[in-house]
Design a protein around this ligand. Structure first.
Ligand code: NI
Length: 140
């Protein structure tokens, strides 16, 4: 019996999408307003889903309070009110897209979730950049 359990967290961050190997014109052509030199911001929502068998002692797959503390300490504090291109150590040298960000968040959270849950493991990350645009990552 596998149950999926999710926690949603929120952060605000600035970025720009810019490939330094390209001309300014090509960046604007590909990334549109997201290539704006002077940055822009998003209100991000991050949904972390853990799957597993409920622990017979608690009935929980994972303690959601512990999961929330973990996400905040390891990810949100490093991203909230930051510039993804400049301030965030694990995004250095990478294009500041939602796709790349979700892969890096996975690398951080996956081993730590195993540390706080006997039966649960990270199943998916869903990262909303806007209410209508999101990416999902399943660690593959
Ligand atoms: Ni953007």
């Amino acid at each position: 019996m596998t149950v999926h359990v999710s926690r949603k967290e929120h952060f605000n961050a600035a970025h720009k999408l810019y490939n330094a190997a390209w001309s300014k014109e090509k960046n604007v052509e590909i990334f549109g307003p997201c290539a704006n030199e002077n940055w822009h911001g998003h209100n991000f929502d991050l949904i972390v889903t853990v799957k597993g068998e409920p622990d017979p002692d608690t009935g929980f797959v994972i303690d959601l309070k512990m999961l929330s503390c973990l996400i905040r300490a390891e990810v949100i504090e490093k991203l909230d009110h930051k510039n993804l291109n400049i301030d965030v150590d694990f995004m250095k040298g990478k294009l500041a897209s939602c796709e790349n960000l979700s892969v890096e968040i996975w690398k951080i959270l996956s081993p730590k979730i195993r540390g706080i849950s006997k039966f649960g493991k990270l199943h998916s990350l869903r990262l909303y950049e806007t209410p209508r645009n999101y990416v999902e990552y399943f660690g593959e």
